[in-house]
Design a protein around this ligand. Structure first.
Ligand code: PLP
Length: 416
């Protein structure tokens, strides 16, 4: 679809979108593939696959080093990808965009580079009960090393943060607030702008895990006012092995590098090393150049389609799916927050989530079963695992029907 065609109509042409994703057009176990595991990773449009292919076919070289033509082209493509990510997040400067492997690496970088020097014995890091392990374990590790305490903002039965507990937990010793924008296990969209503002008033550094938000909604880091924001390329229709950490420049200047090596230095001698300015200070070694090129193509694809329109489409899918699944007997929804992104998590009475996932796969429906790297959420609801359908920009109402038909079959086979 061209920009002009999109500008002329607000109709969401899901079939046109699907035509851009070659992988969707296949059968799995004799059924048309219904891919509802977008929360784990999303599929890639041809524009992304072609951009990576074209980079390797025509431009491949190392960046920031050579004077020859291919080196210049590779460097230009890599730095253009940075600018694309800046636009995507509405960061003030492209120098605030650091390329990393993904959200996990981004959070570890902040924990090591920013939090560790900030934390003294008795200081506190505040996270929430709905965090992915990527936004728990790095903080636990740093707290242990620094003698700091990890505090946890709880969630209620619906899967919403208990905001009334925030002031009690964010005290004089709290240095960091790290929370997810959207929960991967519950779908809850958190009021991050409000929490960032409240944390900033207390001088707390804010770190937002945007892994599940970036594919579903417009993000404006300047409007949010956060210090750090992280997302993964592979969840936003880009390749694996590339992601973005946004950091506010004053903090990035202070932050310590995570790894040392080539690319991140200004001057090296055996006596001392002077680091490069951000973002290069945090990008030691040869980066994932093809990944950045693919990510830029993905962000362009999503921006052209329009995240507002994508969000409206996915909300329609979520509402329809919620209604349809709720109508089935013996199914309990886990995560019924008032504001949700396209994630529907549930358990079927008497059936293990893995059995649900296996039977659904026989029907060609790809969903996720397990703890979703959010064991504390499972503990909160008293379950070992749940089943999750997560929607993307190419899913259809007919695919929701296939999900529901599959669940009926599960119930029939398992006698639930
Ligand atoms: N945070 C959330 C909310 C996630 O859903 C995920 C991945 O599922 C991550 C962090 C980790 O992302 P990655 O594995 O791409 O680093």
């Amino acid at each position: 679809m061209s920009d002009a065609a999109l500008a002329q109509t607000d109709v969401y042409d899901v079939e046109g979108v699907r035509a851009d994703f070659p992988i969707l057009h296949q059968e799995v176990n004799g059924h048309p593939l219904v891919y509802l595991d977008n929360g784990a990773t999303s599929q890639k449009p041809r524009a992304v696959i072609d951009a990576i292919g074209s980079y390797y076919l025509h431009d491949n070289s190392n960046v920031h080093r050579g004077v020859h033509t291919l080196a210049a082209r590779a460097t230009e493509s890599f730095e253009q990808a940075r600018t694309r990510a800046q636009t995507f997040l509405n960061a003030e400067s492209s120098k605030e965009i650091i390329f990393v492997r993904g959200t996990t690496e981004a959070i570890n970088l902040v924990a090591r580079g920013c939090a560790a020097p900030l934390l003294n014995t008795g200081d506190e890091v505040l996270i929430t009960e709905m965090e992915h392990h990527s936004n728990i374990v790095p903080w636990q590790m740093i707290c242990k090393e620094q003698g700091a305490q990890l505090r946890v903002l709880p969630i209620d039965e619906r899967g919403e943060l208990m905001l009334e507990k925030f002031d009690e937990l964010a005290g004089a010793r709290t240095r960091i607030l790290a929370l997810t924008h959207v929960s991967n296990a519950l779908g809850t969209i958190n009021p991050v702008a409000e929490l960032i503002a409240r944390a900033r008033d207390k001088g707390i550094v804010t770190v937002i895990d945007g892994a599940q938000a970036a594919p579903h909604m417009n993000i404006d880091v300047q409007a949010l006012g956060c210090d750090f924001y992280a997302f993964s390329g592979h969840k936003v229709y880009g390749p694996t092995g590339i992601g973005v950490l946004y950091g506010r420049m004053p903090l990035l200047r202070e932050m310590q590098p995570y790894e040392g090596g080539g690319e991140m230095i200004r001057k090296v001698s055996f006596e001392e090393t002077l680091y490069a300015e951000p973002p290069h200070k945090f990008e030691a070694g040869t980066p994932n150049i093809a990944g950045a090129v693919g990510l830029a193509a993905a962000l362009e694809y999503v921006d052209t389609l329009g995240l507002d329109r994508i969000a409206r489409h996915e909300q329609a899918l979520l509402e329809y799916a919620t209604r349809s699944v709720k109508a089935l007997d013996g199914i309990r929804l886990i995560g019924t927050a008032r504001a949700k992104a396209g994630i529907l998590t549930f358990i079927i009475d008497g059936v293990h989530a893995h059995d649900v996932g296996t039977i659904m796969d026989h029907e060609g429906v790809a969903i996720r079963a397990g703890h979703h790297c959010a064991m504390p959420v499972m503990k909160k609801y008293g379950v070992a695992a749940t089943t999750r359908a997560s929607f993307g920009l190419y899913n259809t109402l007919q695919e929701v029907d296939a999900l529901v038909a599959g669940l009926r079959k599960v119930k029939e086979i398992m006698g639930a």
